[in-house]
Design a protein around this ligand. Structure first.
Ligand code: ZN
Length: 236
């Protein structure tokens, strides 16, 4: 039986690494992205470039790549008030969460992805969520996603498996994982073509990729890259 997967692919570092992880393991891999009015909408343009680079530099993986789709979830921007979906300063809220937290985002992403997976007969749904080295978003936690897996399976009479290969890795180990999966060629694709910066900055190129260099997403990416460079031997 051939194994298939649907990867939540935003165009960022984490989901690009997950895509490589899935392409190494599954015979057929489809991708899904979401346009939710994110301030860093430029990440959606990066998606195509990453897919193109994977196809040209990793033909074995390219042969496994299936359909890609971007779903319009602009309703998220319409009904929420966050620094990720509007032009406001990034700051900490009273509840201890940064205002870049988009309530329900990952819950909705997985629900929509499972609707697609249901139609496509796909069992494994892969996401780059991580609770080791993260912004504290509660919908990135392992328990949240395990509970969601149960809810989706009950609600759709299915047997989906939510895969989160980065859940227990820090950001340095995520860089190391990309290297193990696809060598420096993949690390270069991730640096050059993926996007993490919340402010959507694609003008400034650092050693670790593009970004403003100071927003929380850039800080995480930078710190992870620095410690990966110090001890690149971390095995995923
Ligand atoms: Zn930034």
């Amino acid at each position: 039986m051939s194994l298939n997967a649907l990867v939540l692919f935003s165009g960022g570092q984490d989901s690009a690494t997950c895509l490589a992880w899935a392409l190494e393991r599954f015979d057929h891999v489809e991708t899904i992205g979401f346009d939710y009015g994110q301030r860093h909408r430029v990440e959606l343009e990066c998606r195509g470039k990453v897919l193109e680079a994977i196809r040209s530099e990793f033909p074995r993986w390219g042969a496994r790549l299936g359909e890609d789709r971007v779903i319009d979830l602009s309703v998220i921007k319409a009904i929420s008030d966050t620094a990720l979906t509007s032009d406001k300063a990034i700051e900490m809220q009273k509840n201890g969460l940064p205002n870049t937290f988009v309530p329900g985002r990952n819950l909705l992403f997985f629900s929509v992805a499972s609707t697609v997976a249901y139609r496509r007969g796909i069992k494994h749904i892969v996401g780059g969520m991580c609770e080791t080295d993260y912004s504290g978003y509660p919908d990135c936690r392992d328990d949240t996603l395990k509970a969601l897996q149960v809810a989706l399976n009950l609600g759709m009479e299915s047997r989906f498996v939510i895969e989160t290969p980065l859940m227990w890795l820090d950001k340095a180990a995520t860089w190391a994982m990309a290297e193990v999966l696809g060598g420096q060629r993949l690390v270069e694709i991730i640096k050059q073509e993926t996007h993490s910066c919340y402010l959507g900055n694609r003008e400034t190129r650092h050693e670790w990729g593009y970004g403003c260099g100071t927003c929380p997403a850039c800080e995480l990416r930078l710190r992870g890259y620095q410690s990966y460079r110090v001890s690149p031997g971390i095995s995923p």
